[in-house]
Each structure stands twice: as structure tokens, then as C-alpha cells.
Write a protein that binds this ligand. Structure first.
Ligand code: FEO
Ligand code: CA
Ligand code: CA
Ligand code: CA
Length: 646
């Protein structure tokens, strides 16, 4: 089930047990019926003052006129320049396997339920993974990943965003857990895997029993540091100091630091915390994050920690970027509260001109924001790095319609909030400074060969849309009016925005921006929904999501979208991965996924001859063939001549 299908079936009572986690969360939140219309209108008026005439609903054409000017560097002339894209593009697919270009091949590396240790058996299709084995196997629903070289070893750290309960608990109706052991199985199959990998005669394999192998899950002890550490907002009966928490949740995108650590990003954490206590009054701050009584897996029925009536601060201990040292399986993960509490997609790290560490981060929900953290300390190779992500300034992006923008600091002075409040209620802080509501910021990718960064704005079914005469808003009540960076009403295709920091410095507070691509369908539409000039019948796609640069400066775009191949999506086929050339704007399709699957997460081997790609939630047997279970899988893609591909 893709996210665009949700926008069509919104509020119609579809079978939620079959949804991807993102899709489930989009159905749950925000609750627009609770929005006060007067408050919404007041905000709309104040925003019109800033945005000018372009925000009036229905003015997509005007916004798209501005868009044309903002897209100068992806013009038709530029695209005629020589392109660096080194493969023959593949057509769309609608089947249940992977397709890659001529001259390339792929093999599975790691599948849901596959052992990390030699004394553990592979997944039993009839019974799933046992409780005993569930923290010793590769988890489900692979997402962001990074490969690290540790001495002579190659170690991949990789996220497991969520589970499909029906296949993990096959004996239970819709996979609903009925006891604490079954809850533990679901908890253990999510989180992060760290695993050594090696290439042999049969291709890439997990190195069983490697001392690097470990699972991090919903009960793994970790620290929380930065301004929220020790705050009354996050203290619990089990952790009266507010410094030691358990587990990382809904690990979506990822990042890496220059000092060799992995950053895993907690996205839709809200869906794990709930209560059966109808008398419990939800704290006011819950609403902005979509924390509600109903949860996806009903942990709260069997595991008190997740019952917000008993532990109201527990959900405030999730929603962070978590730093993991992949070189030491005994290391304690650290939640870095200075990077804010949002529905974190990924964390793209770059070192500024003066050595400060910059982390770009999207908050993936309709109408939420794009963020940047800048450290106070300087990164010195080989120097002390343990506090760099604890001390700095968090900013949120404001885009002007003229192609400029600024990063607005979130400080006690600008927000009227204390530092711990800013780091726990980050969305509320960002709303106070006038940030630009975005069309669901997914991954940020930083070009390694140019001073520029990109963010995938995946889609936004609420943009410029009214319901029952009331304009749609984000969860904070801000009207999602059109603007130049989010210019399309009911945006079901998505776009990729690119920004160029002033003074060629990622720490600068100003930037210029343009749109690298507006996805669309030129075979169905002739207007702005056809997409930008670098979209054509042969490369079209919708809902860009995962995104990373390779070391040569090619942008690899992964999709998580509508795959009916009908109507507005006719000719777009299954989800896919494409390569984009920043210099020319040319985009070509490299890989198509099995039906039902999202393509998400990627990294490269140390020799750049293998491109690892994540295939999340296939809906039919994959990759083991007919009669077998669908298994979320990481694949290794290589050229047949073993040339470098990244
Ligand atoms: Fe987990 Fe926004 O993707
Ligand atoms: Ca996903
Ligand atoms: Ca994603
Ligand atoms: Ca997505």
C-alpha cells in the first residue's frame, strides 16, 4: 500500500493492518476535524502577508510560473550537454522482481529473519522467528544504511523501520500480539542491525558470528544527551535522572559522521505509545506529534512502558537522531537531543568551512519543516568528537518565493521556550518562527563535489486543499497554502528542492534555492502536473523519498509511491531507483522494484564496485520465489565486468 493510495482512501476505514508504517501514520495524523477554524483562518491571513498573492488557493498556475524561473539550471539546453549517466535506462516494471540495466546483476545480501550468528536457524515460514532468535537475526523492513570500514572489515549498519505483524506473528489474527513474549518478538525485529559483510565467490554474505554483529531494538539501553538530558520533560519512574532510556523506534533514514559513527533516525515514533485508559487526558503536546490512544501493535496492553497513562513522558524520549558506533558492539547508542525531536527522516552530515558540523534533517509529515543543526565545536580528525552533536544551534528553513531562503535559529530568544523545550517540542518551536511548511521532507542528500544539498519532498495530499470548506493544515494548525517551493495543489507526485548555501558554506544562515525536479506525468497532463522539463515518458516517477549521492556526485533517487500504473500514475509502474545528474538535470531509471515494495536505503562497498539497495515490504514472494514468503531484503548490485559503480 503506497502513501498516495492513502490520500484517496483517507477516512474510509481501510484495513490498517496491511499498511506500511508511513501510510498508517498518515491515516492517523493529524486529526483535522479537531482544528479550530478561526485559528486556522487567522494563521492563513498572517501567512498571506508574508507570501503575497501567490498563496491564494487555486493559484497553482501562478506558482508554477515562478517555478519556471526557478528551474533555470535544469533547462532543455543544459540537458543537451554531455551526461555522466553510465547505464542504459530500464523501462518500468509491474512484476514481482528486480530489474537492473544491461550489464548489471543483483543478488540478495540480507533478508528479514536471516541469522547473524551460526547457532541461529533461518526464518520458519510457518512460525516466523522465535522469541529466542528474534534479537539475533536481520530485522524486518530494511531502510537507511551506511557501510563502514573498520580495519580490514566492512560493516553495514542498517535500519529496520517497522514490522508487518501478520507475518511475524502468523498464528495471530492480523498479527495482533496476545502476550508480552509476542510483543517482544515485534520489538526485537525492529531497530538496527550492525553486521559485517564480505564478498566471496558466491557474492556478498553476512559474516556469521563476527564480533561486529549486533541487534539494537526497542529495549536496547541507550543514553540521551544534549539539552533535553536531565529535563523534567523526559524523566520517568524508571529513569528519574532523565538520561538513560530504552530502545530506538521507527528507524527510517540514516546518516554518518566524519568520525565513523552511524546516525539512525526515529521517524513515526508516535505510533508505539498509547493507552487503553479512556479517562486519561492526553497532554497538549501529544497532538502535534500524533500521539493518540490507539497504536499499531498494542504494546501498551502488555508492556507498561508504552502506556502513556502510566508513563506520560515515555513518548518524549523518542523522535531523535541516535548515534551508534558500528566498530564496537558493546557501545551504548546515544540519542542526540540537540538535533531536535521530530519525525526524523534522515541526517545528512557535512563539515562547514570552519570545521563546524552541519546536519540537515527533514521532518516527514504533511506541512512539517526542514531543519539544520550547526555545532558550536569544530571537527578535528582524530580529535574528541563525543560532544559535537550535543552543543550547537538548531535552525529551520524559510523559503522565499524569489528563490532565496534563510535558516531561522530556534533559541530561547526566538521562540520564548527553554532549551529543553525546544529540543523536545521542536515542531512547536519551529512554528513560532515562521518556517515554511513543506510537502513532507524525506531524505536530504549533500553533493560531495559541489556546495549544494537536496531534499526529496515526497508528496502532500493536503497542499492547497480544502475539506468541508476548511483549508487543510499541518498538525499545528498552519494552513498548507501554495508557495513556490511547494507549488502544487494536492501534490501527488512530489519534487526535489536544491539549495546553495551563501558563501559556499553549509553553516551560513542564508541560501539560494531552485527545484531540481518536479515529478509528474507528461502522458496524462499538459499543465504543471506534467512535471518539470527533465521529466519525460521514459523516466517518470512519483514520490521521491530515499536519496543519496555517490562519491562521483551522481544523485540516486528512490521512490515510495503510488504504483497502480493507472490514471494519474499510468506509465510509472512499480517503485524504482533513478540516477540524476546535478549538472544537467538529466534523470534516468536504473532499477525497478517488486510490486508492493518501496526502494529505500543504499550504500556502497569500500571499493565502490557494489551498490547495496534496500527493498522494503514486497507484497508477493521475493526474493526466494513462488511459494515462499515476501521478505524485505537488501540486494547487492554489481556490474558484470566488476567496474566501479559509485
Ligand atoms: Fe520512513 Fe518518511 O519515510
Ligand atoms: Ca517505508
Ligand atoms: Ca522514507
Ligand atoms: Ca515515504
Amino acid at each position: 500500500m503506497s502513501q498516495n493510495e492513502i490520500s484517496k482512501t483517507d477516512e474510509t476505514g481501510i484495513d490498517k493492518s496491511q499498511l506500511s508504517w508511513d501510510a498508517w501514520d498518515e491515516l492517523q495524523t493529524p486529526p483535522p476535524a479537531e482544528t479550530e477554524f478561526d485559528r486556522v483562518v487567522a494563521r492563513a491571513v498572517s501567512r498571506r502577508g508574508f507570501l503575497g498573492s501567490m498563496v491564494a488557493f487555486g493559484s497553482a498556475a501562478a506558482a508554477l510560473g515562478t517555478l519556471g524561473n526557478l528551474m533555470s539550471s535544469t533547462s532543455a539546453e543544459a540537458q543537451q550537454a554531455a551526461s555522466r549517466i553510465p547505464f542504459k535506462p530500464v523501462p518500468i516494471s509491474t512484476d514481482h522482481t528486480i530489474h537492473v540495466p544491461e550489464g548489471y546483476g543483483w543478488k540478495p545480501l540480507a533478508k528479514w529473519g536471516q541469522p547473524l550468528f551460526s547457532n541461529v536457524s533461518d526464518l520458519d515460514p510457518a512460525n516466523g522467528v522465535s522469541l529466542e532468535n528474534s534479537d539475533k537475526v536481520f530485522g524486518e523492513n530494511t531502510d537507511g544504511m551506511e557501510l563502514f570500514v573498520v580495519g580490514d572489515h566492512q560493516v553495514i549498519a542498517i535500519n529496520h523501520e517497522y514490522v508487518n505483524p501478520d507475518i511475524n506473528l502468523p498464528h495471530r489474527e492480523k498479527g495482533n500480539p496476545q502476550n508480552i513474549d509476542e510483543v517482544r518478538i515485534l520489538q526485537n525485529m525492529q531497530g538496527v542491525t550492525v553486521m559485517e559483510v564480505a564478498e566471496g565467490a558466491d557474492g556478498w554474505q553476512i559474516v556469521l558470528d563476527s564480533p561486529f554483529n549486533r541487534r539494537i531494538h526497542h529495549n536496547t539501553p541507550m543514553k540521551i544527551t544534549g539539552p533535553a538530558a536531565g529535563s523534567d520533560l523526559i524523566k520517568t519512574a524508571a529513569d528519574p535522572n532523565g538520561t538513560d532510556c530504552l530502545g530506538t523506534f521507527n528507524n527510517c533514514g540514516a546518516g554518518r559522521t566524519p568520525w565513523g559513527t552511524y546516525l539512525t533516525c526515529e521517524e513515526n515514533f508516535n505510533g508505539y505509545f498509547g493507552t487503553t485508559d479512556a479517562a486519561f487526558k492526553m497532554p497538549d503536546d501529544y497532538k502535534r506529534y500524533g500521539i493518540a490512544a490507539e497504536t499499531r501493535y498494542a504494546y501498551e496492553k502488555f508492556d507498561e512502558r508504552f502506556d502513556v497513562a502510566k508513563n506520560p513522558n515515555e513518548p518524549r524520549r523518542a523522535g531523535y537522531v541516535v548515534e551508534i558506533d558500528p566498530s564496537n558492539a558493546k557501545s551504548v547508542p546515544v540519542k542526540r537531543s540537540a538535533l531536535g525531536r521530530i519525525k526524523h527522516e534522515n541526517a545528512a552530515v557535512v563539515v562547514a568551512r570552519d570545521g563546524r558540523v552541519v546536519v540537515y534533517m527533514g521532518d516527514d509529515e504533511r506541512g512539517e519543516f526542514l531543519y539544520k543543526f550547526v555545532s558550536n565545536g569544530i571537527y578535528v580528525p582524530g580529535g574528541e568528537t563525543s560532544g559535537l552533536l550535543d552543543d550547537g544551534t538548531l535552525y529551520v528553513a524559510k523559503f522565499s518565493d524569489e528563490g532565496t531562503g534563510e535558516w531561522l535559529a530556534l533559541t530561547p530568544e526566538t521562540t520564548g521556550m527553554k532549551m529543553d523545550e525546544i529540543c523536545v517540542f521542536t515542531r512547536q518551536a519551529a512554528s513560532k518562527v515562521g518556517a515554511t511548511t513543506m510537502d513532507r521532507p524525506e531524505w536530504v542528500a549533500i553533493n560531495p563535489v559541489a556546495i549544494e544539498a537536496y531534499c526529496a519532498l515526497t508528496n502532500n495530499s493536503y497542499r492547497g486543499v480544502s475539506k468541508d470548506g476548511k483549508p487543510r493544515t499541518n498538525a499545528g494548525g498552519e494552513v498548507l497554502a501554495l508557495n513556490a517551493v511547494n507549488p502544487r495543489e494536492k501534490n501527488e507526485y512530489g519534487q526535489i528542492v536544491r539549495w546553495y548555501p551563501e558563501n559556499a558554506d553549509h553553516a551560513d544562515s542564508k541560501f539560494k534555492w531552485d527545484l531540481f525536479v518536479m515529478a509528474g506525468n507528461p502522458t496524462v497532463h499538459k499543465d504543471g502536473y506534467a512535471g518539470s522539463s527533465n521529466i519525460n515518458e521514459g523516466n517518470m516517477f512519483n514520490s521521491p523519498d530515499g536519496m543519496m549521492f555517490d562519491s562521483t556526485g551522481l544523485l540516486w533517487i528512490q521512490t515510495d509511491g503510488e504504483e497502480t500504473n493507472e490514471g494519474n500514475f499510468a506509465g510509472q509502474g512499480n517503485n524504482q531507483m533513478l540516477a540524476g545528474d546535478p549538472a544537467t538535470g538529466r534523470i534516468e531509471r536504473f532499477l525497478t522494484a517488486p510490486k508492493g515494495a518501496e526502494v529505500t536505503g543504499q550504500t556502497w562497498s569500500a571499493d565502490k564496485r557494489t551498490h547495496f539497495v534496500g527493498i522494503q515490504h514486497p507484497d508477493a514472494p521475493f526474493p526466494d520465489g513462488e511459494g515462499k514468503l515476501p521478505r524485505s531484503t537488501v540486494i547487492a548490485v554489481k556490474r558484470n565486468d566488476n567496474a566501479m559503480i559509485g
